[in-house]
Ligand binder design. Structure first.
Ligand code: HEC
Ligand code: HEC
Length: 206
């Protein structure tokens, strides 16, 4: 994460410069969104297709979900370490119209393609995704996230998402740090870390 922190310091500079420019020349909403996308791309990749294991892809993500997350960062109600470090500062500079503009932009981008994973993990992960573990009350992920992990409205797209990020979030849902993630807090209760790892590998492969 060290190089990310260096990058972040640079980016804070870029954001400050951008917001100073923003105050001076009063850009149109569209132009403000365009400038913001440039900053986001430094971490989330071109078009929101992440090249970094711990940074989520945003491309093809559900509009409603992205809007909700950006508002949760801005109000500091989504508070796991990674978002405190990287997203609280960035989101503080966004007004509601920019949040909607960014969510529209990412929803319209071609999603990151699936990456083949370790076959044994993918196979275990697929079973959890499709069937859940009914004996322990773990419901099928597909029932909310879609049979191909494509997402729907407030249910985020998981297909092609970075496995390290997905695994990290499944652990975060075991805490209170994503306070709007109540549904997921219930889903992860009976899951083992090995199952979380497997299902993360599976969704990345989609
Ligand atoms: C300095 C790096 C950095 C920059 C710049 C950045 N992000 Fe992030 N963003 C992250 C990291 C890291 C995470 C994941 C945090 C975690 O693991 O909890 C994240 C998470 C997110 C999420 C949550 C995704 C999900 O699937 O829940 C959204 C949405 C997001 N960022 C949008 C943006 C937007 C829009 C911008 C530009 C305005 C932006 N980010 C700029 C690093 C960055
Ligand atoms: C009953 C519906 C439901 C089921 C079943 C469900 N989820 Fe979710 N999931 C959600 C909702 C709603 C969210 C958004 C939470 C939020 O807004 O913070 C979510 C969020 C997530 C996220 C965070 C995505 C991101 O980009 O940060 C991951 C990862 C996830 N779910 C994985 C899973 C896995 C794996 C399973 C199966 C073991 C599963 N979910 C089962 C409803 C569900």
């Amino acid at each position: 994460m060290r190089s990310m922190q260096g990058k972040f310091a640079l980016l804070v500079g870029a954001v400050v410069t951008a917001s100073a420019a923003l105050a001076q020349d009063v850009p149109t909403e569209q132009e403000a969104v365009r400038r913001a996308i440039h900053v986001c791309a430094a971490c989330h990749g071109d078009g929101g297709r992440s090249q970094t294991a711990s940074v989520p892809s945003l491309a093809g993500q559900m509009r409603q979900y992205t809007i909700a997350q950006l508002k949760d960062f801005r109000s500091q109600t989504r508070a796991e370490t990674g978002t405190r470090a990287y997203m609280w500062g960035v989101s503080a500079l966004l007004d509601d119209a920019m949040i909607v503009g960014l969510a529209d932009y990412y929803a319209a981008q071609a999603p990151a393609g699936g990456k083949p994973g370790k076959p044994a993990l993918v196979q275990t992960g697929r079973r959890i995704f499709v069937e859940g573990a009914p004996a322990r009350g773990v419901r099928a992920c597909a029932s909310c996230h879609g049979s191909g992990g494509e997402g729907a409205a407030g249910f985020p797209r998981l297909a092609g998402q970075r496995a390290d990020y997905v695994y990290g979030q499944l652990k975060v849902f075991g805490t209170q740090l994503r306070s709007h993630g109540v549904v997921m807090q219930g889903e992860v209760k009976a899951m083992t870390p090995a199952e979380m790892r497997a299902v993360a590998e599976y969704v990345q492969s989609l």
